[in-house]
Write a protein that binds this ligand. Structure first.
Ligand code: AMP
Ligand code: ZN
Length: 497
């Protein structure tokens, strides 16, 4: 079956067949975190979504260069203060200490969610020269102007000459004339209110600043992604991603800077993830509608009735498409936990299934293979994880019927069973990367699983020898550890209480 990847391109607002610039290779840039505070769950949703996209592209045979930056300078707050400097001031730390501390936390959280590391993770502060060069070429091309040591991007001139400003975000320039996002203090220096700073002169007390032809200062936030994507992926590359909230001004201004400096659209496909909500509302610290990943894992929050393992949270995220909003609720998480357990149990059983294929039934084989193909087709359809998961779930009752003998496993051919095992391995280990962190579901693939298999074997031989004291002691001790041993037709399994 020929597979064709389609993705929704924010630039054209439609689904398009994906064609890479160079056959077999993909350059992908995703805006990384601003490392001035702990990573929050919304960020996690976005980075988990792009991890799945990265993993799926790899699984589809592409060689991918995945660049995800770290913003450690230039991302200003509404009052014009640099987020990093503010973090440093409040915590009495060096800005680089702040950046290191929260980069470490971010990386640890990405590991918890079982995501792959990007191919390159450049930092804005490590690319000041490239950013200064880009400002210079924007000035040389007539789209940048200097005023009192700061340099601004002339959005009106750019728009009039290229017709490109506002295309990505769908905003019209008239609406933007009131936008004053980069620095409240510098409005009078701008030719037009919608212009944005690409280089900012630093005040004397500003901590992070560098020499430049215009002033001792620092780059505008949007500039780093233009400079770093160009450096590592070239002037034009395949995919650029980020959260919806970055479409404007960040991505719109990135496009303007790239076209303004080298004359071309940086990325052919722009992908945007939608926002994570909680109980139907935007997550917000000010009205208490917020929960940290740690609180969600431990259950130490009024918003949840219990803790949920990182993989349950990830599974919950994958049950929505990355372009839909995702509403975090306790009920939703409880349901996700059930679903996740069911899927992992089935996966565990599937690994142990064997067939001789003696009474191979074409209809059964076909329905299994159709569901597998449908799951891949769903991923090819703009990475539709909820639909792909629903195909796997349609196979789960069949696996369970083979296990409890309601259906005869020999009706499945050896090739179909192998294809089914490979598809589950591929989805659960490579593409969705839902390593089992609940119970022994993954089979003897982890140390805990191996140890549990050993304990269960010891208990089994004690029972065979009628050594009830040993077998009962094992059961009781397990019980104290909140581990329940379940004896069934298929042997003994275990779950957490
Ligand atoms: P920041 O560290 O604020 O630059 O954000 C890092 C990434 O997380 C960006 O791609 C944001 O768009 C994304 N992001 C921020 N808040 C949310 C949210 N509530 N839901 C999903 N993604 C988010
Ligand atoms: Zn960016």
């Amino acid at each position: 079956m020929e597979r064709k990847l389609q993705l929704h391109n924010s630039l054209t607002r439609q689904k398009e067949v994906f064609t890479p610039i160079e056959d077999g290779f993909i350059g992908m840039y995703v805006c990384g975190p601003t490392v001035y505070s702990d990573v929050h769950l919304g960020n996690c949703r976005t980075f988990v979504s792009f991890d799945i996209i990265y993993r799926y592209l790899l699984a589809s045979g592409y060689k991918v260069r995945y660049v995800r930056n770290i913003t450690d300078v230039g991302h200003l707050l509404d009052d014009g203060e640099d987020r990093m400097s503010k973090g440093a001031r409040l915590q009495n730390l060096e800005p680089m200490e702040v950046a290191q501390k929260y980069s470490n936390g971010f990386h640890a959280m990405m590991d918890v969610f079982n995501t792959l590391k990007p191919s390159i993770e450049p930092r804005a502060t490590g690319h000041i020269i490239e950013q200064i060069e880009m400002v210079q070429s924007i000035i040389d091309n007539g789209y940048g102007y200097e005023k009192n040591g700061s340099v601004y991007f002339d959005t009106i001139k750019f728009s009039n000459e290229t017709g490109e400003y506002g295309k990505l975000s769908g905003r019209i320039l008239e609406d933007l004339l009131t936008e004053t996002r980069d620095n409240l203090k510098n409005q009078s220096e701008k030719r037009n209110p919608s212009d944005f700073a690409i280089w900012m002169k630093a005040a004397d007390d500003h901590i992070m600043k560098w020499e430049s032809p215009w002033s001792i200062g620092f780059p505008g936030w949007h500039l780093e992604c233009s400079a770093m994507s160009t450096k590592y992926l070239g002037k034009q590359f395949d995919i650029h991603g980020g959260g919806n909230d970055l479409k404007f001004p960040h991505h719109e201004n990135e496009v303007a800077q790239n076209i303004g400096s080298c004359g071309c659209q940086p990325a052919n496909y722009w992908l945007h993830t939608n926002m994570l909500l909680m109980n139907g509302k935007k997550m917000s610290k000010s009205d208490g509608n917020t929960i940290s990943p740690e609180e969600l894992f431990t259950g130490d929050s009024p918003h949840v009735t219990k803790g949920y393992s990182p993989m349950v949270v990830k599974f919950f995220m994958l049950q929505s498409h990355y372009r839909s909003t995702l509403d975090l609720t306790d009920d939703g998480l409880l349901a996700a936990e059930k679903g996740y357990k069911r899927l992992m149990e089935a996966y565990k059983h599937l690994k142990k299934l064997e067939t001789k294929g003696l009474s191979d039934e074409p209809q059964i084989n076909k329905s299994i293979l159709d569901l597998i193909n449908a799951a891949y087709a769903d991923m090819d359809d703009d990475f539709n994880t909820p639909r792909a998961l629903s195909q796997l779930f349609a196979i789960v009752p069949m696996i369970n019927s083979f296990v409890d003998g309601k259906m005869e496993i020999n009706t499945v051919s050896k090739t179909t069973l192998l294809a089914l095992k490979e598809a589950f391995d591929d989805f659960l280990n490579n593409i969705l990367a839902l390593k089992n962190d609940l119970d022994a579901g993954g089979g003897a693939t982890t140390m805990v699983d191996g140890l549990m298999d050993l304990i269960i074997d010891i208990r089994q031989s004690a029972r065979e020898n009628k050594d009830w004291t040993t077998s009962d002691t094992i059961r009781d001790k397990m019980n104290e550890l909140n581990i329940i041993l379940k004896d069934g037709a298929e042997g003994t399994g275990w779950t957490l209480k």
